[in-house]
Design a protein around this ligand. Structure first.
Ligand SMILES: [Zn+2]
Length: 395
């Protein structure tokens, strides 16, 4: 018992020292002792261990405070790479990231709608290929994937788009690569990524509503992903918002995804092309091989009023969802991300307007709704934050 306690204290102190160096950049052993309130000899022993692991390095000397000039320490951001993967439905995105969160090499693999075992083989291919391009040791593998994920055990209970059910991905990857593996739902990962590397600004709570072909909200509380009681918090995409009979992929009717997802935007755009052949969108579409979100964005930017009303309508529905989240959670930082967030400020204005209409003035005033700042990297940056947090405790 005694030994376990000593070990725990040592781990705690090591993480504290490493986090202090990580956050402060160039810092002397004396300043680390002052900041952490650990003794000088304890700090020196821990620093020696961290230097032996190549995580910390001496980077020069600071100004003298009267006596000898102190040696400054910093985290060696190139000591390890974080191998991060975003398992999107259409495309797997992978990256090697340094300890500071700088993306180095990237890799994209189209999924071509592969599911089940073949989709799993594609995950292996992604990781194999990324490992081949770096000589540096990998600290851990971080993965964000749509679906209901047991973040603690690393089991994917259900990922409909990839055809996975009860897949023990963490165990499979640990056995294959002999590395720590951390898994989270993609919206949850994105929220953590935004908190640590984006809009977070030292905040500890954040909600990120990811609006792509599906819609879900990732919630971070006290700097940690909130997993709910059954790993499915923020699954707002299949809440009924319409009384009308608009069929949803889940088999039910009138879900939020039927009116505010990227799929809903494309359906609305197709209807505009049908009913308004003179619209900018219809003109653009005649010369295009297929109707894509890029095309709708182009028409939107060119001032197509029908597309503008469509996006205002999408913003209204999303605004209701955000208003509900704001009322329940009282979290100041609410971020809108995903493909549909590319409609930018006008979409955001519609969302903010709706929130102002639907919640108490005081709550609306204190709720800051912004577009995500990491773009399509939000999930892989969240995966990086997850590995840094769980392996090193520095974020
Ligand atoms: Zn549904």
């Amino acid at each position: 018992m005694k030994k376990a306690t000593r070990q725990q204290t040592k781990t705690h102190n090591t993480r504290l020292v490493l986090k202090t160096i990580y956050e402060n950049g160039n810092i002397s052993r004396a300043d680390i002792a002052r900041t952490t309130r650990l003794t000088r000899p304890t700090v020196s022993t821990i620093v020696a261990d961290l230097m032996a692991e190549d995580l910390v390095t001496e980077v020069g000397q600071g100004p003298s405070a009267g006596g000898k000039r102190p040696t400054l320490l910093a985290v060696d951001h190139d000591a390890y790479r974080l191998l991060c993967v975003d398992l999107g439905a259409q495309e797997f995105r992978g990256a090697l990231i340094d300890l500071q969160g700088e993306i180095g090499q990237r890799l994209y693999l189209p999924t071509n709608n592969q599911k089940g075992e073949t989709a799993l083989q594609l995950v292996y291919q992604m990781i194999d290929n990324l490992m081949e391009v770096t000589p540096l040791p990998i600290l851990g593998i971080g993965i964000g994937t749509p679906g209901i994920i047991d973040t603690h055990e690393g089991i994917i209970y259900e990922a409909v788009n990839l055809g996975w059910r009860d897949l023990p991905l963490q165990t499979l990857l640990q056995a294959r690569y002999d590395l720590p593996v951390h898994l989270a739902n993609d919206s949850q990962a994105a929220a953590l990524g935004e908190l640590v590397f984006g809009h977070g600004d030292k905040a500890s709570n954040m909600v990120l509503v990811k609006v792509g072909s599906g819609i879900s909200a990732g919630i971070v509380l006290h700097g940690r992903i909130f997993a709910g009681d059954n790993f499915s918090p923020g699954e707002i995409g299949h809440q009924t918002v319409l009384n009308g009979n608009k069929p949803c992929t889940c088999g039910r009717q009138g879900c939020l995804e039927t009116v505010a997802s990227s799929r809903a935007v494309l359906e609305g755009a197709a209807a505009i092309i049908q009913s308004q052949p003179d619209s900018i969108l219809a003109q653009l579409a005649t010369n295009a091989p297929e109707l894509t979100l890029d095309l709708v964005l182009q028409a939107f930017a060119a001032g197509d009023t029908a597309v503008q009303s469509l996006i205002a309508e999408v913003g209204k529905y999303l605004g209701t969802a955000v208003a509900n989240l704001a009322s329940i959670l009282n979290i100041q930082h609410m971020i809108i991300g995903g493909q549909v967030a590319r409609f930018g400020e006008p979409l955001l204005a519609a969302i903010r307007h709706e929130v102002n209409q639907q919640v108490l003035g005081r709550i609306a005033e204190n709720t800051h709704i912004e577009l995500n700042s990491l773009g399509s990297d939000m999930v892989i940056m969240g995966a990086a934050a997850m590995v840094l947090s769980r392996e090193l405790g520095v974020v």
